[in-house]
Design a protein around this ligand. Structure first.
Ligand SMILES: [Zn+2]
Length: 222
């Protein structure tokens, strides 16, 4: 059965890093994948240049065409690196609006104990928006990890769900490269070569070649 999938991210590129391979696998199964981002992803860095903002949006559109998902329009963008300064309810309301329109079966979001304040806030807002109310249709909530952020947290991310992505790696790499500067030569765990080794490592921990890994927050079987 075709499923609807919603991914909530703080910044445009988190979706590709966190679950780009899984997104494409949903597409192969005939699922519809939507992605909601909360910040423009560049405004907290140095001087804001309109060109940078435009580039980031263009990169994200390229990535969505490669991985076959749709960006959900979010008119209420929040300031980058400051999501923890807004009332949680403001973020929850944005998600609830999208939720009521899409009615997703599966939701992917950030890990609630990520080091990045924006990631943390989006995670908390997402699980709040999808709290178990009577009419809630979502049956699965998964946390993804963002290298050079989730791994900087003092609390380890211990995955319990693995998605083999070796056949999707080249497409994921293409989408990552669409974001250019974010993943090139960073000498961090988000560097492209580190990412490849990381997915291989995650795969090897469960006897597979290359995996994106997740923490199942909730999965209901009805
Ligand atoms: Zn991010």
């Amino acid at each position: 059965m075709r499923k609807k999938v919603l991914i909530t991210v703080a910044h445009r590129d988190d979706e590709t890093i966190g679950c780009g391979g899984a997104i494409y696998r949903h597409y192969l199964k005939g699922d519809e994948v939507y992605c909601l981002s909360f910040t423009d992803g560049v405004s907290a860095r140095d001087k804001v240049k309109k060109k940078d903002l435009k580039n980031r949006i263009n990169s994200s559109i390229k990535a969505s065409k490669i991985l076959k998902f749709k960006w959900v329009e979010n008119k209420k963008l929040f300031e980058d690196n400051k999501l923890d300064s807004y009332p949680l309810l403001d973020l929850v309301k944005v998600i609830e609006k999208v939720k009521n329109r899409i009615n997703p079966d599966i939701v992917y979001t950030h890990y609630f104990n990520d080091l990045n304040v924006d990631h943390k806030a989006v995670s908390m807002a997402t699980i709040t928006a999808f709290r178990p109310l009577k009419k809630e249709k979502c049956k699965e909530i998964l946390f993804f990890e963002i290298p050079s952020s989730t791994d900087y947290s003092p609390q380890d991310f211990v995955p319990n769900y693995f998605v083999e992505i070796s056949k999707q790696w080249l497409l994921k790499k293409k989408a990552l490269l669409a974001y250019g500067n974010e993943i090139k030569n960073q000498k961090t765990s988000r560097d492209l070569s580190s990412l490849k080794s990381f997915y291989e490592y995650r795969g090897n921990t469960v006897g597979l070649k290359m995996c994106e890994s997740f923490f199942i927050f909730k999965k209901l079987s009805l």
